[in-house]
Every structure is written in C-alpha cells, then in structure tokens.
Ligand binder design. Sequence first.
Ligand code: DAH
Length: 377
Amino acid sequence: MPTIDNPTQKTLRELGVTESAQISPLFEEVRARFDSQANRQMDAHSYEMLRQSWIGRKSGIVNAITENWLKPSPVELKRAVGASLNQLREHIEVVLKTAGLAIESGAEESALAREKVDLSLPGAVRPIGSHHLIRQVFQDVEDIFVSIGFSVVEGPEIETPYYNFEALNIPEFHPVRDDMDTFYIDLPKGAPTPLLLRTHTSPMQIRTMEKQKPPVRVIVPGKVYRRDNPDATHSFAFHQVEGLAVDTLITFCDFTGTIEYFVKQFFGPGVKTRFRPSYFPFTEPSVEFDVSCIFCGGSGTAASGATCGKCKGAGWIELFGAGMVDPAVYGFVNYDAKKVNGFAFGMGMDRLAMLKYGIDDIQVFFQNDARFLRQFP
Ligand code: DAH
C-alpha cells in the first residue's frame, strides 16, 4: 500500500522549506484540508473522530506540526511558523466548537422529539360496560316513583314462610300457594322456621309496616324466585317492583291515578290504562292493570292489517296486579285497620322491559349474550 504523503510527518527541512515566505502557503494547504473535512455532515461520533485527528493531544495533526515543523525549525523561521501555527489552532478550535454546539443541540432536539408526549393521540380504549337492561328499567321505575314521593327500600331474598305467605294473608293450604311454589333452603333439623327464596317482593310490605308507622310510601325493587320451568315467559328467577302506600285518607282514585301516572311516564303519554277485577289474598278489592297495546296502539290490528300478534287483537295487554290493601294485612303489623288504608301493587320488571322494548323471550335477560346486551348501552 502506498503511504499517503503527509507533509506534517516531515520536518521543514525535509519539505525543502527554507524561507519564511514558504510558510504561509504550507499552512494554508493544511487549513484547506481541515476545512474540507469539517464541512461534511457530522454526527457526534464523526465529530469526535475529527477532533481527535486534529487537536488530539498526542495523535493530532496540530501536535504533529508542533513536533515536526515548529520545534526543529531553524531560528529564523520559528517566529513565522509559531504565528501561523497559532492561527491554525485558533481556526480549528473555533470551527470545532461551533460544530460541536450544533451537534449537541441537534441531539437534544431529537431526544426531545423522541420523548415528546403527544397529548392529541387517542388513549388506550378499554371497553366500558353498561347497565343490564333490567337494571336500567329498575332505575326508570325508581325515578318515576321517587319523583312522586315514594322511597326505595330493599329486602332479603331468603325469606320465612311467615313473611312470604302468612302475614300476607296466605295461610298454609291456600290455593294461591300452588302458583308460588319455590325453593327451600336445606336447614338442620330443629331450625326455628323453614327458609325459602321469596316468590315476590310483597314480604317487604310487612317488613316495612312492622318498622314504620303510617304514612308509608315505598317501592321495593328486587329479585324473586319460583319453581317454574323456563320458557319464553317464565324463569325460575325474575324481577319485581313492589309498591305500597298507606295513610289515613287514601282513596281508590289516588290508587288508579298513581298507576296511570306511572304507566304514562314509563310507556309514554299516548298509552291508556284500564283495570279489571282480580284476586289477591292481600288486597281487597284486587285488580289487574292493563295497558293499551304498545305494538298496535290499542287498535288490535297490526300495521300489516293482520290481527296484532302481541295483544291477539284485544288492544290491551295485561300489566300487573294491584289493589287496596286488605284490612286483614294490617292486623299482622299492628296498624289500626279502621284508621288507615292504602294501596299496593307488584310489577314484573322483565315483563315491563319486554313490552317496552319489544323483546319476546325472557331468557335473553339471563343468557348474558353480549350481542343482546350491547343493544341497550
Ligand atoms: N305479589 C304478587 C305476585 O307476585 C303481585 C301483587 C299483586 C303484588 C297485587 C301486590 C298486589 O302488591 O297488591 O304475583
């Protein structure tokens, strides 16, 4: 490999420099070489290489010039060499300093760019759940009754036969118990009372009146259970809201007016209500409330002209049971049946939800299929 002819490795004598006039051009050549190297695009690494090769303490070119040109130079040239060398060193230092600062601030800038937090970027989106439709319907019903002065109370799902039946005027062997067969808890022999899963929210009528003197205005949302085989309208667990209002001057008109207000708030102002005589052991008289069919507008005829499949042409849909509290019930809670009266009702939430949202299978409430649940965000 041919060695690169490097004048700074030689002495001035070897280079044939004998007069001070030759000094300047020699240094100019070196300076031009430095300038051309310093003019290139540099990063921190190539900058450091350049710096070392020029002003590195031992291996740098400036050092080589000091050793090879200045120190051995004849006395008459020393001044000129020294002066030119100082100029060269100064020039190199200034250029390197400027370049060094530029690289440093460039590196800082890119580090800043790398570390910058972009607040406009969308965050990690986590799926957010929503309330189950039944919970939403509970909420709607609660809001309506709370707005007219009812308070919300809740009670145990495990009940005694006394609260679930007897105190509601349903003695043992009463035929309505056939419709309310339920699940019993296995208890050790000698337990003071059997325990069952409540078949309705009505036991809370008793528990509330036991605790509280009239006036009473409560609603009771909750889960109830029956030994029913599952089908499109039956489930062994379902949801009710009980209502109870007891005071000194409550009339049948207060009762029907309250129900009508609720139904219109819940389904919309266009619906009509009616009631028919019915029977419950804990109300007298007892009624069944109907609402004008939400699907055909009460006409009994569907949009297609065929008979409405939901109300079977009747124009009415059965909603829930209710009535004026049977005086016998007051006897169980030490209320004076001669002084107080009131009304009660018990609504199936699943049924209300199915009617309001056109759902024809109660099972979807319990299957937790996300495709169904997502339709009610
Ligand atoms: N508890 C009854 C049931 O589950 C519904 C009911 C009817 C509740 C009339 C009442 C009422 O409070 O007055 O079938």
